[in-house]
Design a protein around this ligand. Sequence first.
Ligand SMILES: *Cc1c(COP(=O)(O)O)cnc(C)c1O
Length: 381
Amino acid sequence: MRIPPLDLVTEYHSIKTEIDEAVHAVLESGDFINSSNVAAFESEAAGYLGVEHAVGCGNGSDALLLALMALNVGPGDCVITTTQSFFATAGSIARLGATPVFADIDPATFTLDPADLPRAESRAGGMVKAVIPVHLYGQCADMDPILQYAHDRGWAVIEDTAQAFGATYKGMRAGTIGDIGTFSFFPTKNLGCYGDGGMAATRDDHLADRIRILRVHGARRKYFSEVVGINSRLDELQAAVLRVKLRHLDSWIANKRLLAGVYDDGFRALSDFVQPPVVAPGNVHTYHQYTIRVRDGCRDALQRYLANQGIASTVYYPQLLHLQQCFVALGYHTGDMPHAEQALGEILSLPVWPAMRKGDVHAVLDEVMAFFEEFPGGGCA
Ligand SMILES: *Cc1c(COP(=O)(O)O)cnc(C)c1O
């Protein structure tokens, strides 16, 4: 048996004719950067999200950087974010000379806990300019209380939507609820291209205009820079791929939700050992990851056992942001983020991808079951 974390080759084969045609058309056009496919994808993505502006860029990390640049975040400023995320969420803040200020997670959903915002605020040494909730593993952070807390204080809200293209929160699309939403099209994401790609979405004309020029060296008119920007462009080949894949996204998410249901049902028999993902009320989860919590110190042993059976599983992420070596000077310590630190040793993401078969989910469940039969009293350590 071999069950990978996801299977992009099978996915490509399922849309091969459309993809091959789209890619060939770009090659024949001789137009490779910021041309018709980028413009068309931006308008199709904006339409899908129900937002005024979508601006393509080089990757999801740059989308965060561009969003913060558009908000004039710089040295002396603070930006609050969650400690449980991919590095780029905090790296983008630090790269601009601003200070990331970390908050703990809601232990049920793993997303930024709005109740921890006051503690983060009091920890911030400078002026807080923005907060970046992350829609981790494919479901939205609890946006209403975050927006209220932020907007009461004049902070902007950037939604890191790299893992949640297509998710909804109380009927609104992830990435359109705050001031700017940022997206990654890294191949493994919900909507992924065949290389690097990213995007920022916003309802705000001024912010969209800023992001649009910041991605091309601050130049509205080529070679005439109004502000200092960066080079971060989505290319035509990736945009052409994304246009094809966007048409399939809803059915792919629906498939993953079905598979997640199969996992959920299976884990009911293992409720003493495994906590399946908790979907907060008002959320439609897209299962970018199907992330369980494993009790009794059994996570690492379970992961090794599954690997021996040919089943891939992953820990996203093995280090929290407040404990990263590069942020030692910020002065955080173990114990500062108790919910995230507890989750760190328990989380495990199991295989899930749109074309995965139910039989494969059952095979994973059977192996998890077999593992816990060896430890009937619990306690692996
Ligand atoms: C993937 C990811 C990013 C960065 O996206 P890249 O396209 O790899 O630069 C940022 N934030 C989160 C939460 C991500 O998962």
